[in-house]
Write a protein that binds this ligand. Sequence first.
Ligand code: GLV
Ligand code: GLV
Length: 321
Amino acid sequence: MKPRLIVSRQIPPAVADRIRAEFDCPFPEGQDMDADTVIRMLTETRADALMLTSHLPFRAETIARIPDHVRIAATCSVGTDHIDIAAAKARGLPMSNTPDVLTECTADLTFMLILNACRRATEYAAIMRDGWRHGYGLGEMMGLRAWGKTLGILGLGRIGQAVAQRARGFGMTVLYSGPRRLPVDQEHGATYFADFRAMLPHCDILSLHAPGGAATAGIMNAETFALLPKGAVFVNAARGGLVDEDALIAALQSGHLFAAGLDVFRNEPEYDLRFAALPNVFLTPHMGSGTVETRNAMGFRTLDNIAAVLSGKPPLDPLWT
Ligand code: GLV
Ligand code: GLV
């Protein structure tokens, strides 16, 4: 008999094909489920495993209601700020995530945000869609050069390092801050600032790559945006909770920031529509991992984690030990 699986959100076709082959699953393509539906489905099907995503808040109340026959809850995301890991550990519920496989695509998207913000992509694209009604003088519609700029990175983890590696190809000077200095910084030619605030005045471009959660909540606020030089560019492909969005909007409206590139927001998908009214922001709908290759790899890694636990081994990417 195949193990029974519940999938709490729509997933790529190639991943669904593998689920059909290896699992007994009522919706192998996944279905959008809230926490109550997940609990009901797990219970009704006597499921062995749950595949979830960052759209499902996995808080202590929900974890307490997971039936005992569920042997692993595997999130198809690198981020874990939707999960109460302490509650899962207290409950003894094995959990896993999908690190590494989305690093390069998220770094690619970060550069897409940087380049599009610096080079006024939102405005240029709107002009072309509108029929390009008149030509521009050499002094009009000028963007900022990205090549050769100083890039500040908050969080030189896997994704931060992949961004630093790309920055070298753009002739950038790389600075970073985070909880500790990392030996890998030499390989990336990145200069460490123990004090995040002391780094900000040096950044032409600032990119966030820190995890979300209480420790970093609102780290970009009116005070820290003011520490960036006038005309700086801000990008965020990490988590919306890192940013005080009122302060960001004010800095974009006043021209203190030249532009921003944003993939993540405090409220997703109901993000603050004041961003959409600003010409100097380039917006994407939380798509750092959004390529066929990476979404398949995330799905397969999630299934590998589930298979490991169902065969009596620990998860490959455990959230707690
Ligand atoms: C995406 O945000 C992820 O955490 O995988
Ligand atoms: C993601 O892989 C990170 O921790 O930077």
